[in-house]
Design a protein around this ligand. Structure first.
Ligand code: ZN
Length: 678
C-alpha cells in the first residue's frame, strides 16, 4: 500500500480535488501538490504489492502505474498518441463526449467510455500530462461519486456486467497513479454487490467470456484489503465463466470461421459458438488460465496458457505475432486480418501472463506484437487506425475483402472503420506496454521484462531504486541500464534474454559476466551501487521464419520486415478532426524471396528521429536487402492478395535486390513471401 502517498495527501485535499473539473484549472499550489501525488517521488517511490495468501505467488509483479515511465522513442510515440486521436477523441466522437452515460449523460452507456478511460488514465499519468489527466478525471469523478446505494457503479440504464469489468481496470490504474483514497471503498462495495447479485443475475455473453478481467481486479483488491469475500467472488466468477481451458484442451476451431458456421445471419452473434471463436474474446482469454491459477495453484491451470497460445498459433497464427480474427478466427492465410481490439487485448493478456508465469518467451511475443502489429495498424500520426490489418496487405479499400465476419470498411485507416470498439479501446496499447517494461520479482528483485527506453523509480527491500534504461531497441540490440539505488543494496536483477539472441553479451561495469539462466532470464545477484552500469548486446542477425504454405518471413531482433508497396492515399471522407482513407498500390509486390539468411544484408540506415515515430517509412532506422524474383502468377483479386502460393516456387524472372523495412513502416506490404527453389 502506498502509505507515504496517503500520508502526504489528506482526504480533505482529495475531496477538494473531487470537486474540480480539470486539474489544469487548479491554483498553482494545488497543482504542485497533485504533481507530488502523481509522480513517483524520489525518496518514497511506489512499490509492487505481492499476492496475499492463500493466493499463489506470481513469478513477477507489475510495478504500480507511474513507477516505469517511457523515455526516448517510446515517450515520443506516446506523445504522438496524445497529440493524435488518443488525446482528442472526446472532442470529435460523441460516444465518449460530454453526453456519455459514464458522465451522467444520455449517450453511449456501455463499453466505450470505460474503454477510452482504460488507456487514457495510463497515457495521462505516464506522460504526466495535465490536459489528459483532466479529461480522465471527469469519468473517474462521475463513477466514484455516483455509486448506487446497493454498490452498483456506472450508468443506471445499463446493468450489464461487462462494461464495468473495463471500468474496474481503469479505476485500479488510477488508484495506483494517484493513491486516491476513494477508489478502494468504491471497489469493495461494488464487489460485495456483485457477489450477492451474481447468483440471481449470472454472467452472460461478453461478460461470461471475459470474466478473468473482472477477477484480475478482484485479486488486485484482495491484495490490498485481504477481504475473504473477494476470494468467494473470484470462485464464483470462474464457475460462471466460459471454460476456455476445456475449449483448448480439445480444440475444434481449426479452420476459418464462416458466417454460416456461427449462424450470424440468423441473429446468433452472441451464441456461445460465436463468442468462443471471437478474436477479442480469445485475446482477453489468454490470461484466463494464469489468473485462475492464482486461486487454484494448479500446474494444469498454468499450462493452460501455453496450450491456448500454441493452438492459436498452429491454426490461426500470422507472421506479425498475432492470430487472425476478422473478427472471428480466420486461419493462417496472411491476407486475413487481425482486429485492433484483439491486438491491444492480447498485449494486455500477455503482460499479465508474463508477470504471473515468468516465462521469457511471453516477453518475446509481447515485443513482436508491440513493435509490429500495434504501430502497423495506425497512420504515423495516430489520427487514424484500422479495424483489421493484414500481414499481406496490398490494398486498403472498399473492395470486397476476405473477412470471416467483418464489413467492407474493415481495413480502411479512419475514425471508426467497420465498428467503433477499436476507436475506444486502442488507447491502452502503448501505455500498458510502457508500464510493463520492468517488473518486481517474487524474491524482491527487479526484472527487465521488455526492452525500450525508460526510467524506473520504485522501492526494493525498503530502499528507493532509480534505473535509467537507454536504448534504441528494437532498432538495434544494445541496451544500457544505469543503476541508482539510494544506498548500496543487494538484490537480484533479471534480464530477459530473447530466444532469437543466439550469442547475447552481458557486461557489468564493462566486464563480461556469465550468469545462470532462469526460464529465459539471466539473473545477476550482487550488491548494486549508484553508477553501476549493465550493458546488454543482443546481435540482431536476420532470420528466416517459416509460415503458411511454407512461406517465409524475415525477422531481425524483435522486428518483422516487410516489402513496402508504394502507397497512394485517397481520402474517402472527413470525419470531424480526422478522416477515413483508402490506400492503393502504386508498385509491384508479387515477389518470391531467396532464403539464405547469410545473404540478407542488414543496414542501419539512420539514427532514430529526435521527434516523431521511428515506425514511419521515412524514418525507418533499419532496412534489409534481400534477393528476390517476381512471381507473375501470384495475383490480387479485388485488392486482396491471393493466399501466398505453396513454397518452394520457381520463377524465370530476373534476380533483383529488394529492400525490406520494419512491418509497421509499410502500410501496404508483403510480409509472408513464397520461397524460391534453390
Ligand atoms: Zn475492436
Amino acid at each position: 500500500m502506498r502509505n507515504n502517498d496517503r500520508r502526504m495527501i489528506s482526504r480533505r485535499r482529495f475531496l477538494k480535488q473531487a470537486g474540480l473539473i480539470a486539474v489544469a484549472s487548479l491554483p498553482g499550489s494545488d497543482r504542485v501538490a497533485l504533481a507530488g501525488l502523481t509522480s513517483a517521488g524520489i525518496e518514497n517511490p511506489p512499490h509492487a504489492i505481492k499476492n496475499k495468501a492463500p493466493l499463489a505467488q506470481n513469478a513477477f509483479y507489475m510495478l504500480p502505474l507511474g513507477a516505469v515511465r517511457p523515455a526516448g522513442w517510446l515517450k515520443n510515440q506516446m506523445q504522438i498518441q496524445a497529440n493524435g486521436l488518443g488525446g482528442h477523441l472526446d472532442e470529435t466522437w460523441a460516444d465518449v463526449g460530454s453526453n456519455s452515460g459514464w458522465l451522467g449523460g444520455t449517450g453511449e452507456s456501455w463499453e466505450r467510455g470505460p474503454y477510452f478511460l482504460d488507456g487514457l488514465v495510463p497515457l495521462a499519468y505516464l506522460l504526466d500530462d495535465d490536459r489528459l489527466k483532466a479529461k480522465a478525471q471527469k469519468f473517474v469523478e462521475w463513477t466514484l461519486t455516483h455509486q448506487a446505494s446497493n454498490g452498483m457503479i456506472g450508468p443506471s440504464g445499463n446493468q450489464d456486467w461487462w462494461p464495468r469489468m473495463i471500468m474496474l481496470k481503469a479505476l485500479a490504474q488510477y488508484q495506483e497513479a494517484t493513491g486516491d483514497p476513494r477508489v478502494i471503498p468504491v471497489l469493495s462495495r461494488y464487489f460485495n454487490y456483485q457477489l450477492a447479485a451474481l447468483p440471481e443475475r449470472p454472467l452472460r455473453d461478453w461478460g461470461k467470456f471475459r470474466s478473468q478481467d473482472n477477477a484480475l481486479v478482484a485479486i488486485w483488491l484482495y491484495n490490498r484489503t485481504g477481504d475473504p469475500k473477494l476470494l468467494e467472488l473470484i470462485r464464483l466468477l470462474r464457475a460462471q465463466a466460459h471454460d476456455w481451458q476445456a475449449q483448448f484442451s480439445d480444440f475444434k476451431f481449426t479452420q476459418p470461421v464462416t458466417r454460416e458456421m456461427i449462424k450470424l445471419n440468423e441473429g446468433q452473434g452472441l451464441s456461445d459458438l460465436a463468442l468462443s471463436t471471437h478474436g477479442v474474446n480469445n485475446g482477453q482469454a489468454l490470461k484466463a488460465a494464469p489468473v485462475w491459477s492464482l486461486l487454484s495453484n494448479s500446474e494444469v491451470d498454468r499450462a493452460g496458457f501455453h496450450q491456448m497460445l500454441a493452438a492459436l498459433d498452429t491454426y490461426h497464427g500470422l507472421p506479425n505475432g498475432m492470430f487472425s480474427c476478422d473478427e472471428h478466427l480466420a486461419g493462417r492465410n496472411p491476407s486475413q486480418g487481425s482486429e485492433l481490439c484483439t491486438v491491444v487485448e492480447t498485449l494486455f493478456s500477455l503482460e499479465q501472463s508474463l508477470a504471473i508465469l515468468g516465462h521469457a518467451a511471453i516477453g518475446d511475443r509481447i515485443e513482436t506484437i508491440a513493435f509490429n502489429a500495434l504501430p502497423g495498424t495506425f497512420t504515423d500520426d495516430m489520427w487514424a487506425h484500422q479495424y483489421d490489418q493484414e500481414p499481406n496487405q496490398v490494398e486498403v479499400s472498399l473492395h470486397r475483402k476476405p473477412w470471416t465476419t467483418n464489413g467492407p470498411e474493415s481495413n480502411l485507416y479512419g475514425l471508426e472503420p467497420n465498428f467503433g470498439c477499436c476507436t475506444a479501446n486502442f488507447h491502452q496499447g502503448w501505455p500498458k506496454f510502457a508500464a510493463s517494461l520492468w517488473m518486481f520479482s517474487n524474491d524482491d528483485g527487479l526484472v527487465a521484462a521488455l526492452y525500450s527506453p525508460c526510467e524506473v523509480r520504485t522501492m526494493v527491500r525498503n530502499t528507493a531504486v532509480r534505473i535509467l534504461e537507454e536504448t534504441e531497441y528494437p532498432f538495434q540490440g544494445n541496451v544500457r541500464i544505469k543503476m541508482e539505488p539510494a544506498v548500496a543494496l543487494s538484490f537480484p536483477l533479471r534480464l530477459r534474454i530473447p530466444a532469437w539472441a543466439s550469442i547475447p553479451v552481458i557486461l557489468v561495469n564493462g566486464l563480461p559476466v556469465n550468469t545462470p539462466h532462469d526460464a529465459g532470464f539471466a539473473k545477476i545477484e550482487r550488491t548494486w551501487k549508484a553508477g553501476d552500469v549493465v550493458e546488454l548486446r543482443f546481435p540482431m542477425s536476420p532470420r528466416v521464419v517459416k509460415g503458411y504454405n511454407d512461406s517465409i518471413s524475415i525477422e531481425s531482433g524483435p522486428l518483422v520486415f516487410s516489402l513496402p508497396i508504394e502507397e497512394s492515399w485517397v481520402k474517402l471522407r472527413d470525419r470531424g478532426m480526422t478522416a477515413d482513407w483508402q490506400v492503393f498500390p502504386r508498385s509491384q509486390w508479387n515477389y518470391a524471396l531467396a532464403d539464405s539468411e547469410k545473404e540478407i544484408e542488414r543496414h542501419s540506415v539512420q539514427q532514430l528521429p529526435q521527434q516523431g515515430s521511428p515506425f514511419s517509412l521515412a524514418a525507418a532506422p533499419v532496412k534489409l536487402r534481400v534477393k528476390a524474383r517476381k512471381l507473375p502468377s501470384w495475383l490480387a483479386v479485388d485488392g486482396v492478395a491471393d493466399p501466398v502460393p505453396q513454397s518452394p516456387v520457381a520463377s524465370s524472372e530476373p534476380e533483383e535486390t529488394v529492400t525490406l523495412v520494419p512491418y509497421a513502416a509499410a502500410k501496404l506490404r508483403i510480409t509472408a513471401f513464397p520461397q524460391l527453389k534453390s
